[in-house]
Design a protein around this ligand. Structure first.
Ligand code: FES
Length: 385
Protein backbone atom coordinates (compact mmCIF):
# COMPACT_ATOMS: atom_id res chain seq x y z
CA UNK A 1 0.00 0.00 0.00
CA UNK A 2 1.34 3.45 -0.83
CA UNK A 3 1.37 6.03 1.93
CA UNK A 4 -1.56 8.37 1.80
CA UNK A 5 -0.85 11.72 0.13
CA UNK A 6 2.53 10.85 -1.55
CA UNK A 7 1.79 8.16 -4.12
CA UNK A 8 5.56 7.37 -4.08
CA UNK A 9 5.06 3.66 -4.34
CA UNK A 10 2.60 3.83 -7.25
CA UNK A 11 3.65 2.56 -10.70
CA UNK A 12 2.63 5.82 -12.39
CA UNK A 13 4.72 7.81 -9.91
CA UNK A 14 7.85 5.72 -10.55
CA UNK A 15 7.36 6.03 -14.33
CA UNK A 16 7.08 9.84 -14.12
CA UNK A 17 10.11 10.04 -11.81
CA UNK A 18 12.14 7.91 -14.22
CA UNK A 19 11.21 10.15 -17.17
CA UNK A 20 12.08 13.35 -15.22
CA UNK A 21 15.44 12.00 -14.01
CA UNK A 22 16.36 10.73 -17.48
CA UNK A 23 15.44 14.07 -19.09
CA UNK A 24 17.50 15.97 -16.49
CA UNK A 25 20.56 13.78 -17.05
CA UNK A 26 20.22 14.14 -20.84
CA UNK A 27 19.95 17.94 -20.57
CA UNK A 28 23.09 18.05 -18.45
CA UNK A 29 25.01 15.90 -20.94
CA UNK A 30 23.88 18.12 -23.86
CA UNK A 31 24.96 21.30 -21.98
CA UNK A 32 28.40 19.88 -21.24
CA UNK A 33 28.90 18.78 -24.85
CA UNK A 34 27.74 22.13 -26.26
CA UNK A 35 29.94 24.06 -23.82
CA UNK A 36 32.96 22.06 -24.94
CA UNK A 37 32.14 22.66 -28.59
CA UNK A 38 31.96 26.39 -27.92
CA UNK A 39 35.37 26.38 -26.19
CA UNK A 40 37.82 26.86 -29.04
CA UNK A 41 40.93 26.18 -26.99
CA UNK A 42 39.85 22.58 -26.71
CA UNK A 43 40.16 22.11 -30.46
CA UNK A 44 43.82 22.43 -31.28
CA UNK A 45 45.64 24.28 -28.54
CA UNK A 46 46.34 23.71 -24.88
CA UNK A 47 43.97 26.00 -22.89
CA UNK A 48 46.61 27.34 -20.54
CA UNK A 49 49.13 28.31 -23.15
CA UNK A 50 47.02 29.55 -26.05
CA UNK A 51 43.43 30.28 -25.20
CA UNK A 52 41.75 32.28 -27.97
CA UNK A 53 40.93 35.93 -27.62
CA UNK A 54 37.64 37.09 -26.10
CA UNK A 55 34.71 38.15 -28.22
CA UNK A 56 34.95 41.67 -26.79
CA UNK A 57 37.94 42.10 -29.06
CA UNK A 58 35.57 42.77 -31.91
CA UNK A 59 34.15 45.88 -30.31
CA UNK A 60 37.54 47.21 -29.26
CA UNK A 61 39.38 46.67 -32.50
CA UNK A 62 36.66 47.24 -35.05
CA UNK A 63 34.43 49.89 -33.52
CA UNK A 64 36.05 52.72 -35.49
CA UNK A 65 38.27 52.00 -38.45
CA UNK A 66 41.32 54.27 -38.42
CA UNK A 67 43.22 55.47 -41.43
CA UNK A 68 46.58 53.85 -42.07
CA UNK A 69 48.42 56.76 -40.49
CA UNK A 70 46.13 56.67 -37.44
CA UNK A 71 46.78 52.94 -37.19
CA UNK A 72 50.54 53.54 -37.13
CA UNK A 73 51.10 56.30 -34.59
CA UNK A 74 54.23 56.99 -32.60
CA UNK A 75 57.90 56.45 -33.26
CA UNK A 76 58.41 53.80 -35.96
CA UNK A 77 61.92 53.20 -34.60
CA UNK A 78 60.81 52.51 -31.02
CA UNK A 79 62.04 49.11 -29.85
CA UNK A 80 60.29 47.13 -27.12
CA UNK A 81 61.88 44.20 -25.31
CA UNK A 82 59.51 41.22 -25.32
CA UNK A 83 59.67 37.75 -23.83
CA UNK A 84 58.55 34.46 -25.36
CA UNK A 85 55.87 33.19 -22.99
CA UNK A 86 54.60 30.28 -25.11
CA UNK A 87 55.74 28.28 -28.10
CA UNK A 88 53.56 25.70 -29.76
CA UNK A 89 53.51 23.95 -33.17
CA UNK A 90 50.36 24.75 -35.15
CA UNK A 91 51.18 22.99 -38.42
CA UNK A 92 54.04 21.24 -40.17
CA UNK A 93 56.99 23.63 -40.06
CA UNK A 94 55.01 26.40 -38.33
CA UNK A 95 55.24 27.40 -34.68
CA UNK A 96 53.13 29.91 -32.88
CA UNK A 97 55.03 32.20 -30.53
CA UNK A 98 53.35 34.26 -27.84
CA UNK A 99 55.22 37.41 -26.79
CA UNK A 100 54.63 39.64 -23.77
CA UNK A 101 56.45 42.81 -22.78
CA UNK A 102 59.34 42.26 -20.41
CA UNK A 103 58.32 45.36 -18.42
CA UNK A 104 54.83 43.90 -17.88
CA UNK A 105 53.06 46.77 -19.66
CA UNK A 106 50.35 46.29 -22.27
CA UNK A 107 51.38 45.76 -25.87
CA UNK A 108 50.99 48.85 -28.07
CA UNK A 109 47.51 48.90 -29.64
CA UNK A 110 47.35 47.31 -33.04
CA UNK A 111 44.60 46.60 -35.54
CA UNK A 112 43.73 43.45 -37.43
CA UNK A 113 46.22 42.87 -40.25
CA UNK A 114 49.14 44.35 -38.28
CA UNK A 115 52.65 42.95 -38.18
CA UNK A 116 55.68 43.37 -35.95
CA UNK A 117 59.34 43.57 -36.88
CA UNK A 118 61.65 41.29 -34.93
CA UNK A 119 65.33 42.14 -34.60
CA UNK A 120 66.94 38.73 -34.64
CA UNK A 121 70.25 38.06 -32.90
CA UNK A 122 71.79 37.02 -36.25
CA UNK A 123 71.60 40.65 -37.30
CA UNK A 124 68.54 40.58 -39.55
CA UNK A 125 65.05 42.00 -39.15
CA UNK A 126 61.96 40.04 -40.10
CA UNK A 127 58.30 40.99 -40.24
CA UNK A 128 55.63 38.69 -38.80
CA UNK A 129 51.90 39.21 -38.97
CA UNK A 130 49.96 39.04 -35.73
CA UNK A 131 47.58 36.09 -35.69
CA UNK A 132 45.96 36.89 -32.33
CA UNK A 133 42.99 39.10 -31.56
CA UNK A 134 44.37 42.66 -31.75
CA UNK A 135 42.22 43.69 -28.80
CA UNK A 136 44.11 41.30 -26.53
CA UNK A 137 46.92 43.61 -25.41
CA UNK A 138 48.39 41.40 -22.72
CA UNK A 139 50.40 39.65 -25.40
CA UNK A 140 50.71 39.09 -29.15
CA UNK A 141 50.94 35.86 -31.13
CA UNK A 142 52.85 35.35 -34.34
CA UNK A 143 53.11 32.30 -36.60
CA UNK A 144 56.64 31.49 -37.73
CA UNK A 145 57.22 29.39 -40.84
CA UNK A 146 60.70 27.85 -40.76
CA UNK A 147 61.00 27.83 -44.55
CA UNK A 148 60.00 31.46 -44.91
CA UNK A 149 59.78 32.82 -48.47
CA UNK A 150 62.16 35.69 -47.78
CA UNK A 151 65.27 34.14 -46.24
CA UNK A 152 66.88 32.45 -43.25
CA UNK A 153 65.55 34.49 -40.35
CA UNK A 154 62.62 32.30 -39.38
CA UNK A 155 64.63 29.07 -39.19
CA UNK A 156 66.98 30.86 -36.83
CA UNK A 157 64.07 32.24 -34.82
CA UNK A 158 62.49 28.80 -34.51
CA UNK A 159 65.79 27.30 -33.34
CA UNK A 160 66.62 30.11 -30.94
CA UNK A 161 63.13 30.80 -29.57
CA UNK A 162 62.92 29.21 -26.15
CA UNK A 163 60.44 29.86 -23.39
CA UNK A 164 61.60 32.93 -21.48
CA UNK A 165 63.87 34.07 -24.31
CA UNK A 166 63.83 37.80 -25.10
CA UNK A 167 63.64 39.64 -28.41
CA UNK A 168 63.67 43.23 -29.62
CA UNK A 169 60.35 44.09 -31.23
CA UNK A 170 59.27 47.08 -33.31
CA UNK A 171 55.60 47.76 -33.85
CA UNK A 172 52.85 46.62 -34.30
CA UNK A 173 52.53 48.35 -37.62
CA UNK A 174 49.71 47.95 -40.14
CA UNK A 175 49.76 48.14 -43.95
CA UNK A 176 46.80 45.78 -44.33
CA UNK A 177 44.02 47.47 -42.49
CA UNK A 178 40.61 45.82 -42.23
CA UNK A 179 38.12 48.42 -43.40
CA UNK A 180 34.37 48.54 -42.87
CA UNK A 181 32.37 46.51 -45.37
CA UNK A 182 29.06 44.66 -45.50
CA UNK A 183 30.70 41.44 -46.59
CA UNK A 184 34.21 40.04 -46.72
CA UNK A 185 35.88 37.32 -48.71
CA UNK A 186 39.19 36.26 -47.17
CA UNK A 187 41.67 34.30 -49.25
CA UNK A 188 44.70 32.86 -47.48
CA UNK A 189 47.53 30.77 -48.81
CA UNK A 190 49.68 28.85 -46.29
CA UNK A 191 51.31 31.11 -43.71
CA UNK A 192 49.25 33.98 -45.16
CA UNK A 193 46.53 32.78 -42.80
CA UNK A 194 48.15 34.66 -39.89
CA UNK A 195 46.81 38.20 -40.55
CA UNK A 196 43.54 36.79 -41.92
CA UNK A 197 42.97 34.94 -38.65
CA UNK A 198 43.44 38.19 -36.72
CA UNK A 199 40.86 39.83 -39.01
CA UNK A 200 38.35 37.06 -38.40
CA UNK A 201 38.93 37.42 -34.66
CA UNK A 202 38.31 41.15 -34.86
CA UNK A 203 35.08 41.10 -36.89
CA UNK A 204 31.78 41.53 -35.08
CA UNK A 205 29.84 38.25 -35.10
CA UNK A 206 27.07 39.78 -37.21
CA UNK A 207 29.36 40.66 -40.13
CA UNK A 208 29.13 38.38 -43.19
CA UNK A 209 32.36 36.74 -44.26
CA UNK A 210 33.78 33.65 -45.93
CA UNK A 211 37.26 32.23 -46.00
CA UNK A 212 39.01 30.29 -48.75
CA UNK A 213 42.19 28.73 -47.36
CA UNK A 214 44.57 27.08 -49.80
CA UNK A 215 47.62 24.91 -49.25
CA UNK A 216 49.54 22.03 -50.76
CA UNK A 217 48.91 19.67 -47.84
CA UNK A 218 46.53 19.90 -44.93
CA UNK A 219 49.33 19.36 -42.44
CA UNK A 220 50.85 22.68 -43.56
CA UNK A 221 47.70 24.69 -42.86
CA UNK A 222 47.85 26.34 -39.47
CA UNK A 223 44.50 26.92 -37.70
CA UNK A 224 42.52 25.08 -40.43
CA UNK A 225 40.77 22.58 -38.15
CA UNK A 226 40.13 25.18 -35.49
CA UNK A 227 38.51 27.58 -37.96
CA UNK A 228 36.40 24.87 -39.58
CA UNK A 229 35.22 23.77 -36.16
CA UNK A 230 34.32 27.26 -35.02
CA UNK A 231 32.84 28.68 -38.21
CA UNK A 232 31.52 25.68 -40.16
CA UNK A 233 30.71 26.28 -43.80
CA UNK A 234 32.02 29.84 -43.76
CA UNK A 235 35.45 28.19 -44.06
CA UNK A 236 36.52 26.32 -47.19
CA UNK A 237 39.88 24.57 -47.09
CA UNK A 238 41.34 23.61 -50.47
CA UNK A 239 44.29 21.24 -50.43
CA UNK A 240 45.77 21.02 -53.87
CA UNK A 241 48.85 21.69 -55.93
CA UNK A 242 46.69 22.26 -58.97
CA UNK A 243 46.58 25.59 -60.69
CA UNK A 244 43.04 24.69 -61.66
CA UNK A 245 41.98 25.27 -58.07
CA UNK A 246 43.32 28.81 -58.23
CA UNK A 247 41.42 29.35 -61.44
CA UNK A 248 38.26 28.19 -59.70
CA UNK A 249 38.95 30.54 -56.80
CA UNK A 250 39.39 33.41 -59.24
CA UNK A 251 36.01 32.59 -60.78
CA UNK A 252 34.46 32.62 -57.32
CA UNK A 253 36.02 35.98 -56.58
CA UNK A 254 34.62 37.43 -59.78
CA UNK A 255 31.12 36.35 -58.81
CA UNK A 256 31.02 38.19 -55.46
CA UNK A 257 30.69 41.82 -54.45
CA UNK A 258 32.42 41.23 -51.11
CA UNK A 259 35.53 43.15 -50.12
CA UNK A 260 38.56 40.97 -50.72
CA UNK A 261 41.42 40.49 -48.24
CA UNK A 262 44.15 38.12 -49.37
CA UNK A 263 47.59 37.10 -48.12
CA UNK A 264 49.84 34.37 -49.44
CA UNK A 265 52.41 33.66 -52.10
CA UNK A 266 52.76 35.76 -55.21
CA UNK A 267 50.96 33.54 -57.79
CA UNK A 268 47.84 33.35 -55.62
CA UNK A 269 47.84 37.09 -54.96
CA UNK A 270 48.39 37.85 -58.64
CA UNK A 271 45.26 35.81 -59.43
CA UNK A 272 43.30 37.63 -56.72
CA UNK A 273 44.39 41.04 -57.99
CA UNK A 274 43.45 40.11 -61.55
CA UNK A 275 39.99 38.95 -60.49
CA UNK A 276 39.04 41.73 -58.06
CA UNK A 277 38.10 45.35 -58.79
CA UNK A 278 40.84 47.56 -57.32
CA UNK A 279 38.51 49.36 -54.91
CA UNK A 280 37.59 46.07 -53.22
CA UNK A 281 41.01 44.43 -53.33
CA UNK A 282 43.29 44.39 -50.26
CA UNK A 283 46.38 42.21 -50.30
CA UNK A 284 49.56 41.80 -48.31
CA UNK A 285 52.70 40.30 -49.81
CA UNK A 286 55.63 38.58 -48.08
CA UNK A 287 58.06 39.14 -50.89
CA UNK A 288 58.64 42.23 -53.01
CA UNK A 289 57.26 42.24 -56.53
CA UNK A 290 60.00 42.75 -59.10
CA UNK A 291 58.99 46.10 -60.58
CA UNK A 292 62.24 46.85 -62.36
CA UNK A 293 61.25 47.92 -65.86
CA UNK A 294 64.85 48.01 -67.03
CA UNK A 295 64.50 51.71 -67.79
CA UNK A 296 67.34 53.93 -66.66
CA UNK A 297 66.54 55.79 -63.47
CA UNK A 298 66.46 59.56 -63.59
CA UNK A 299 68.13 61.65 -60.89
CA UNK A 300 65.73 63.57 -58.68
CA UNK A 301 65.89 66.34 -56.10
CA UNK A 302 64.07 65.47 -52.88
CA UNK A 303 63.14 68.34 -50.57
CA UNK A 304 62.63 67.85 -46.83
CA UNK A 305 59.67 70.16 -46.20
CA UNK A 306 60.30 71.11 -42.57
CA UNK A 307 63.90 72.23 -43.04
CA UNK A 308 63.91 73.04 -46.75
CA UNK A 309 66.95 70.76 -47.14
CA UNK A 310 67.42 69.79 -50.79
CA UNK A 311 68.97 66.38 -51.46
CA UNK A 312 70.26 65.31 -54.87
CA UNK A 313 69.45 61.67 -55.50
CA UNK A 314 71.60 60.22 -58.26
CA UNK A 315 70.32 57.52 -60.58
CA UNK A 316 72.34 54.85 -58.79
CA UNK A 317 71.24 55.68 -55.25
CA UNK A 318 67.92 55.00 -53.54
CA UNK A 319 65.98 57.97 -52.20
CA UNK A 320 66.25 56.46 -48.72
CA UNK A 321 70.03 56.14 -48.82
CA UNK A 322 70.40 59.67 -50.18
CA UNK A 323 68.20 61.10 -47.42
CA UNK A 324 70.02 59.16 -44.71
CA UNK A 325 73.34 60.27 -46.19
CA UNK A 326 72.15 63.86 -45.82
CA UNK A 327 71.60 63.27 -42.12
CA UNK A 328 67.84 62.65 -42.07
CA UNK A 329 66.74 59.90 -39.67
CA UNK A 330 64.27 57.64 -41.43
CA UNK A 331 63.12 54.32 -39.99
CA UNK A 332 63.82 51.38 -42.26
CA UNK A 333 63.71 47.62 -42.09
CA UNK A 334 63.23 45.45 -45.19
CA UNK A 335 64.77 47.92 -47.66
CA UNK A 336 62.70 46.16 -50.27
CA UNK A 337 59.38 47.99 -50.37
CA UNK A 338 57.44 45.30 -48.47
CA UNK A 339 57.25 46.20 -44.77
CA UNK A 340 56.11 49.84 -44.91
CA UNK A 341 58.51 50.95 -42.16
CA UNK A 342 60.11 53.77 -44.19
CA UNK A 343 56.75 55.33 -45.12
CA UNK A 344 56.81 59.09 -45.72
CA UNK A 345 54.26 61.53 -47.13
CA UNK A 346 54.40 63.25 -50.48
CA UNK A 347 53.58 66.96 -50.31
CA UNK A 348 54.44 67.94 -53.88
CA UNK A 349 55.66 66.20 -57.01
CA UNK A 350 54.71 62.86 -58.54
CA UNK A 351 55.82 59.64 -56.93
CA UNK A 352 56.88 56.66 -59.01
CA UNK A 353 55.79 53.80 -56.79
CA UNK A 354 57.99 50.72 -56.96
CA UNK A 355 57.10 49.15 -53.61
CA UNK A 356 54.79 46.23 -52.85
CA UNK A 357 52.78 47.73 -49.97
CA UNK A 358 49.13 48.18 -51.04
CA UNK A 359 48.11 49.30 -54.52
CA UNK A 360 49.69 52.30 -56.23
CA UNK A 361 46.25 53.94 -56.37
CA UNK A 362 45.91 53.42 -52.62
CA UNK A 363 49.32 54.98 -52.02
CA UNK A 364 48.41 58.00 -54.17
CA UNK A 365 45.05 58.33 -52.46
CA UNK A 366 46.60 58.78 -49.03
CA UNK A 367 49.81 60.35 -50.34
CA UNK A 368 52.37 57.88 -49.01
CA UNK A 369 55.77 57.04 -50.44
CA UNK A 370 58.31 54.30 -49.67
CA UNK A 371 61.76 55.80 -50.33
CA UNK A 372 63.68 52.53 -49.98
CA UNK A 373 62.62 51.57 -53.51
CA UNK A 374 60.36 54.24 -54.99
CA UNK A 375 61.44 57.17 -57.16
CA UNK A 376 59.80 60.17 -58.77
CA UNK A 377 58.57 60.97 -62.24
CA UNK A 378 58.85 64.68 -61.49
CA UNK A 379 62.25 66.36 -61.26
CA UNK A 380 61.52 67.38 -57.70
CA UNK A 381 59.68 65.64 -54.90
CA UNK A 382 58.74 67.34 -51.62
CA UNK A 383 58.39 64.95 -48.69
CA UNK A 384 56.91 65.55 -45.24
CA UNK A 385 60.26 65.30 -43.47
S1 FES B 1 62.05 49.70 -45.42
FE1 FES B 1 60.44 48.27 -45.76
S2 FES B 1 59.16 49.37 -47.17
FE2 FES B 1 60.90 50.63 -47.00
Amino acid sequence: MPKAGTGAGAGWYQAVATVVITATVLALVVRIVMARRRTPAAVTTPPVRFELGPAMGAALSFGAVPSLSEANPGDPLAVVRMRIVAKHPVAGGIVRLRLARVDGRLVNPGYAGAHITLRLPVGVERQYSLCSDPADRAHIDIAVLRAEPSGVGSAHLDDAAVMGGELDVIGPRNNFLLEAAHEYLFVAGGIGMAPIRAMIEALPPTRAWRLIYLGRTRSELAFASELEHRYGDRVRVIVSTERLERVNVAAEIESTTADMYACGRAPLLDDVVAATPAERCHIERFVAVDRDTGAERAPVVVVAHSSGLRVDVSAGLSVLRALQGAGLAIATSCGDGVCGTCETRVLAGTAQHLGSVMSDAGKDEIGVFYPCVSRSTSAELVLDL
